[in-house]
Ligand binder design. Structure first.
Ligand code: FES
Ligand SMILES: [Fe+2]
Length: 355
């Protein structure tokens, strides 16, 4: 299955990129990244057009990269600026340059047609720049699984009680139905667990002693950015759905970047409306998330291995699968749309009709 190319994908956090050449693979394309002296992020195809040595094996000289084999040198725009031993620069001596975008400490790369790289298409949310929210960049989780399975897991609240019993779920939610809305820009799956014991996470950070109302909203923005809005409020408040800010509210963001067909990196971070400026709380949350996301990783990798074996019959779908099913259909539509773009204008028809 090809990747959706016309999209911004997360390459890493701003702090990951300094002077050094950083090799990365996104959508099976090898890239080399670096930050120019003026602070701009550069992403180039990581393959010298001469003998194909990855440029990341070469040397950075100012804002150029000198290939580590015969010294051809490429600028930040990908164009060759020097060929040792000759004065002319062949036209075909270039590497592709990929548009980049950096905001809120996140570095994004546009993997599709450069002309279509519109910053307005990049994921954003107002809380990322709001002082009433504490923003914390987490880890990169490397998962040996296809990115569609990773993303699908993020619009699937029904797994929480079974996969994350000590952190994000408990038995109280096993039989609570999941609501799904698929009409908007993001696919949304959510449920409320009313008047139940708080889960481990909120016992620790919400300071709740009695029962709580707990919500989980999973927003999946195509192709693979997930926002998980979850929180709890004292059950006596009987909090309406639209007043979630009045409870202890957390957003876990997952930027799911396809590396190869069977390899994905989930860049995760979190925001919260409580314990602002408390780095100890951020670290405690990181620890709790690491436990939960490692549980997802174990499940997803086991499924991926099983998917590689011969299948006796098609996997079944059940009532809770509405979000994942719609997600797959939308991805298929995006791939189809890109394939049509790639075909270009029809040239002379293969068959000529004679009367
Ligand atoms: S392989 Fe890069 S200059 Fe020869
Ligand atoms: Fe999970």
């Amino acid at each position: 299955m090809p990747f959706v190319k016309n999209s911004w994908y997360v390459a890493g956090w701003s702090t990951d990129f300094e002077d050094r050449l950083v090799p990365l693979t996104i959508c099976a394309q090898n890239l080399v990244l670096f930050r120019t002296r003026a602070g701009e992020m550069v992403a180039l195809e990581d393959r010298c057009p001469h003998r194909l040595l990855p440029l990341s094996r070469g040397k950075r000289i100012g804002d150029t990269i000198q290939c580590g084999y015969h010294g051809m040198t490429f600028g930040a725009d990908g164009r060759c600026v020097r060929v040792p031993g000759q004065s002319n620069l062949p036209k075909s001596a270039y590497v592709d340059a990929y548009p980049t975008l950096e905001r809120h400490g996140i570095v994004w790369i546009w993997m599709g047609e450069p002309e279509a790289a519109d910053p307005a298409l990049c994921f954003d949310m107002p809380e990322l720049a709001d002082p009433n929210w504490h923003v914390h960049h987490g880890d990169k989780l490397h998962i040996r699984a296809n990115y569609l399975n990773v993303a699908e897991n993020l619009v699937d609240p029904a797994h929480v009680s079974f996969v994350h019993p000590t952190t994000l779920g408990n038995a109280a939610s096993e039989n609570v139905p999941v609501h799904v809305k698929t009409g908007g820009e993001a696919i949304v799956a959510w449920r409320w667990i009313r008047d139940a014991e708080p889960i481990g996470f909120f016992k620790k950070f919400g300071g709740f002693s009695g029962n709580v109302d707990r919500w989980h909203y999973y927003y999946l923005h195509l192709p693979s950015t997930a926002v998980i809005d979850f929180g709890s409020a004292d059950a006596n408040l009987a909090l309406p759905e639209e007043e979630r800010d009045k409870g202890v509210r957390i957003f876990a963001l997952h930027f799911v970047t396809p590396v190869e067909e069977g390899y994905t990196i989930d860049h995760w971070m979190h925001l919260r409306n409580t314990a602002l400026g408390d780095e100890e709380a951020s670290e405690q949350m990181d620890r709790m998330f690491r436990i939960a996301f490692d549980e997802d990783k174990a499940i997803l990798e086991a499924i991926h291995e099983e998917e590689q074996r011969p299948q006796k019959r098609k996997p079944i779908r059940i009532a809770i699968d509405k979000g994942p099913n719609v997600y797959r259909m939308r991805i298929r539509d995006m791939l189809e749309a890109e394939a049509t773009v790639d075909l270009g204008e029809p040239v002379s028809p293969v068959f000529v009709q004679h009367d």
